[in-house]
Design a protein around this ligand. Structure first.
Ligand code: FES
Length: 146
């Protein structure tokens, strides 16, 4: 294809693709972040590796876990010996939420919804809580029940 074959439609299509690729994924509705780890569910649970679990022993640490075969990721947070696990999908328009360790809450980078560590709503625009999961530490490894 030489440059004469490039149509206006092609230019618009490629421009849109480049724009989408360079946009801040955490700043657009439905934007997602790359997971820190990918875990394969087994018998309704996720078993994080020893190394991944060790990363969740530090106070105010968090890990974004992608579940194989699932669209939603799970945000696992460790604070003062307690594990919290919630869906990372904001209930407003689906951006991946983040753990704000300074504020000790979960925030959405898109429109600033705030959630408590148990996933309950603090401020909108999101009106629904984040889906919550049970996370425990067993023999040094973090187990999340799906
Ligand atoms: S997507 Fe709008 S507040 Fe999260």
């Amino acid at each position: 294809m030489d440059h004469k074959d490039i149509s206006r439609r092609d230019v618009l299509r490629y421009g849109a693709a480049i724009g989408a690729a360079t946009a801040c994924a955490g700043c657009i509705p439905g934007g997602s972040r790359k997971a820190d780890v990918v875990a394969e569910p087994q018998a309704g649970t996720l078993l994080l590796s020893e190394a991944e679990s060790a990363g969740l022993t530090e106070p105010d640490s968090s890990l974004l876990v992608s579940v194989e075969g699932e669209r939603e990721k799970i945000l696992v947070i460790h604070t003062r010996g307690v594990l919290h696990a919630v869906s990372s999908r904001c209930t407003h328009l689906g951006c991946d939420v983040l753990y704000d360790r300074d504020a000790a809450m979960i925030v959405c980078p898109c429109h600033k919804s705030q959630y408590a560590l148990d996933g309950s709503n603090l401020t909108g625009p999101a009106k629904q809580p984040l889906r919550r999961y049970i996370a425990i530490r067993r023999q040094g490894r973090v187990v999340v029940t799906l």
